[in-house]
Design a protein around this ligand. Structure first.
Ligand code: MIC
Ligand code: SF4
Length: 759
């Protein structure tokens, strides 16, 4: 099927045509009414009669409708896909250029600089896209998740995307799952997408958001309740009249940040807001088609009547009483009421003065978000107020940018001092040049983004990042302080008058319709025969991949420890973004950032450890390189929710490339655990978490009986102390038969390549 700038109605019709039958099959097989999650998943099972449906247990094969990849992850995904030797991708696929644009002086100049500095990578992505029948959204088109929501998402659809915030499309009723590139390669090569059939958590929303409370507060509250790992292995399904009162883009904000609680994805049922959004984004044909199957795009009535019998867990949130929240620093589940953050900041000694405020990102840059923010800006301007901090705005897509510019909303924000950046990720992913801030200065920033791990925005661990709604960001920008509560506090206007801000007012969809802006989409050409993809052997940004070696049949005996990570170890800690994004297509070069952000459990400082070969203290990537060059395999040990955050498979490929055999932790985040399995690294957890504490810096670790590795069976392991004492313990894994095969083959890609006759 041709890849166009929007999902063709034929694709949607084909999905809806089988929906009623599949729902019937599901009710018969499960012997009960169905949640929305189950309906959508059943409709995408590769085999509707035999695909496993046991929540939290079955590994099941699905056929998603589409794949979306952003530029920073697409490079590695496509380099892997290329080794399979196919003529084209087997499912509709798009590539989106959004992560590589650095925010420095403003939209136009920054975009021009990015096009220049990233030319080699953009050319690569454009030519690979053209060659393999992939749609290409060039730089300036916007952030992948906004473009997907505007163009490709549809109620009842299923997609995967090589970015953890792919669930954003759940706002429009799609099961949209964030994956590593190797999962995308499966689907691009015609194999199913295999994932554990999720548990389903129901979140019942009652009441209605009012005043300063917004959809962002719903998900910040869910993060508070469930924490960063509470959604692991589950799809979050929102229901209730409160859910229906939220716009489609508000729903998308909620689903987007579902990634922060580890959820497989989040989804809202079809309702009027979906119809309205589809029509406003010029997709009336899809709106009509969805309306015709509306009952199957919602949970069965029995589920609403008795949620506790159908969801694994039910959480109640009353929107009438939900107070505005602000979460941070350093973890998106660290929630505070806006009314209380001031007192907490004083107690914790976080700076009350804000050094920068930022709105936008893939999370919060809808028309509604910007109208709400602009409504505050307008009243402030009328009273002569201006932002007391830097205020940066990243529009989520070219369509939103063009529309908010046309409707005067950007001008409202600029009038209080806002600066507009390119339609891209920018400061959200460390692409923020901030020469005015000394990295040794502890400082507070407030933004409407989704994650706030240390060093994420400007590379400095001294920047304390708080996430909140765009409304609260604007209010705090005007006050310049973290202890400002717009509900109760006043600002001093230049006239000396004490001014209280009125509540924000939003417009869900533009009255004049969306302005599509500049066309940045390049469809693949019909004749693709002459297209060549070039990767220079001397490039420092792109490197063709060579296959990893297979397992080899031996136990892993007395592997030295590269590191033991203390506390939070996200993918940002393992493979930092920001300045390193430029090496995302070059495995060897990007391995220079391996574990740079990790806190060493033995020294409690970050980035440095003891080289097990010579005992010297070095940066982790240097130790890993030294071990690699000496042909010494190693193991890394981590704590809870290891690999939280991004989908970037570099966090798994770099250790693999440098010789990691096992990553042994207290628990894993879903995408990262799969990424390790896909690359042929053994992801193991301690059967008894206390064993983590018993591992010393000079210990070695053995993993035995690997020839008998079997689903559900523990692996016998040993700590070998420097004096030779052995301390046996059990390690657990979650691999099924197929995944054990990946391990034996040295990675899933080696199996695909064999099947395609490439090796
Ligand atoms: C992120 O928000 O952390 C990213 C950057 O979008 C990542 C993807 C990447 O690292 O390229 C994600 O969320 O998966
Ligand atoms: Fe981009 Fe930030 Fe969204 Fe990731 S979270 S896709 S970096 S805007």
């Amino acid at each position: 099927m041709a890849v166009t700038a929007t999902t063709p109605i034929e694709l949607v019709n084909a999905v809806y045509a089988k929906l009623p039958d599949r729902v019937e099959i599901g009710r018969r097989r499960l012997g009960k009414a169905l949640t929305l999650t189950e309906k959508i998943l059943l409709n995408h099972l590769r085999d509707p009669e035999t695909g496993g449906l046991e929540r939290g247990v079955s590994y099941t094969d699905f056929d998603p409708d589409r794949i979306a990849m952003q530029d920073a992850t697409a490079q590695m995904a496509l380099l892997q896909f290329m080794t399979a030797g196919l003529a084209e991708v087997a499912a509709p696929t798009t590539v989106h250029c959004d992560h590589l644009i650095q925010a420095k002086v403003g939209a136009t100049i920054d975009l021009g600089v990015a096009i220049d500095t990233n030319k080699e990578v953009y050319d690569f992505l454009e030519s690979v896209s053209a060659k393999y029948d992939i749609g290409f959204w060039g730089p300036g088109s916007g952030i992948i998740h906004q473009v997907v929501l505007e163009q490709y998402a549809f109620p009842g659809g299923m997609m995967i995307g090589t970015d953890s915030h792919t669930p954003n499309a759940g706002g429009l009723g799609m099961v949209a799952i964030g994956v590593g590139g190797a999962d995308a390669v499966d689907v691009m090569t015609g194999f199913p997408f295999n994932v554990r059939f999720p548990k389903v958590i129901g979140i019942h929303l009652t009441g209605k958001l009012t005043g300063w409370s917004s959809p962002k507060d719903v998900i910040l509250e869910v993060a508070r309740i469930l924490t960063v790992k509470g959604g692991t292995g589950a799809i979050i399904e929102y229901f209730g009249l409160g859910a229906e009162s939220i716009s489609a883009t508000g729903k998308a904000t909620i689903c987007n940040i579902g990634a922060e609680i580890g959820a497989t994805t989040s989804v809202f049922a079809y309702d009027e807001s979906h119809d309205a959004y589809l029509r406003a984004t010029r997709r009336a044909d899809i709106a009509d088609a969805a309306k015709a199957v509306a009952a199957d795009l919602r949970p069965d009535p029995e589920v609403y009547a008795e949620p506790a019998s159908y969801y694994d867990q039910v959480i109640e949130i009353d929107l009438d009483t939900l107070a505005p929240l602000i979460n941070g620093p350093h973890s998106p589940d660290y929630a505070h009421k806006v009314s209380e953050i001031g007192a907490t900041a004083v107690e914790k000694e976080w700076p009350l003065e804000i050094s920068a405020t930022l709105i936008g990102s893939c999370t919060n840059s809808s028309y509604e978000d910007i109208t709400r923010a602009a409504s505050i800006a307008r009243q402030a301007s009328a009273k002569g107020l201006k932002a007391k901090t830097k205020l940066l705005i990243t529009p989520g897509s070219e369509q939103v940018r063009a529309t908010i510019e046309r409707d005067g909303l950007l001008a409202d924000l600029e009038a209080i001092g806002g600066e507009v950046l390119a339609n891209a990720c920018g400061p959200c992913i460390g692409q923020w040049s901030r020469p005015d801030m000394d990295p040794s200065t502890v400082n507070t920033i407030v933004n409407s983004y989704n994650r706030n791990f240390p060093k994420r925005n400007d590379g400095s661990a001294n920047t304390l990042s708080f996430v909140t709604s765009p409304d609260t960001v604007i209010a705090m920008a005007l006050a310049g302080r973290l202890d400002f509560n717009p509900v109760t506090d006043t600002l001093t206007a230049p006239s000396g008058e004490q001014v209280k801000l009125d509540e924000p007012v939003g417009i869900t969809l533009p009255e004049l319709g969306f302005d599509p802006g500049v066309d940045t989409f390049t469809p693949p050409p019909t004749d693709r025969s002459g297209i060549e993809v070039k990767v220079s052997p001397t490039s420092d940004r792109l490197q063709l991949l060579t296959a990893f070696e297979p397992w080899g049949g031996q136990d892993y005996v007395e592997l030295p420890l590269l590191l033991k990570a203390l506390g939070k170890c996200t993918t940002d800690h393992i493979s930092m973004a920001g300045p390193w994004l430029k090496y995302r297509g070059h495995l060897e070069n990007i391995s220079g950032n391996l574990f740079l952000g990790v806190i060493n459990a033995f020294t409690e400082s970050d980035g440095f450890g003891k080289d097990p070969i010579d005992g010297e203290t070095k940066r982790f990537p240097e130790i890993a390189k030294h071990l690699h060059e000496a042909g010494v395999s190693w193991v890394a040990v981590g704590d809870e929710n290891y690999g939280e955050g991004s989908s970037r498979e570099h966090a798994a490929m770099e250790p693999r490339f440098r010789g990691a055999k096992v990553i042994l932790v207290r628990s894993f985040a879903r995408i990262h655990e799969t990424n390790l399995k896909k690359q042929g690294v053994l992801p193991l957890t301690f059967a008894d978490p206390v064993v983590y504490d018993q591992i010393g810096e000079d210990d070695k670790l053995s993993f035995l009986g690997l020839a008998d590795l079997a689903p559900g069976q523990p692996v016998s392991a040993e700590i070998v102390k420097p004096d030779g004492t052995k301390m046996p313990f059990d390690a657990l894994h979650t691999m099924n038969e197929e995944q054990i095969e990946w391990f034996r083959a040295g990675g899933a890609l080696n199996i695909i390549r064999q099947k395609m006759g490439q090796s």
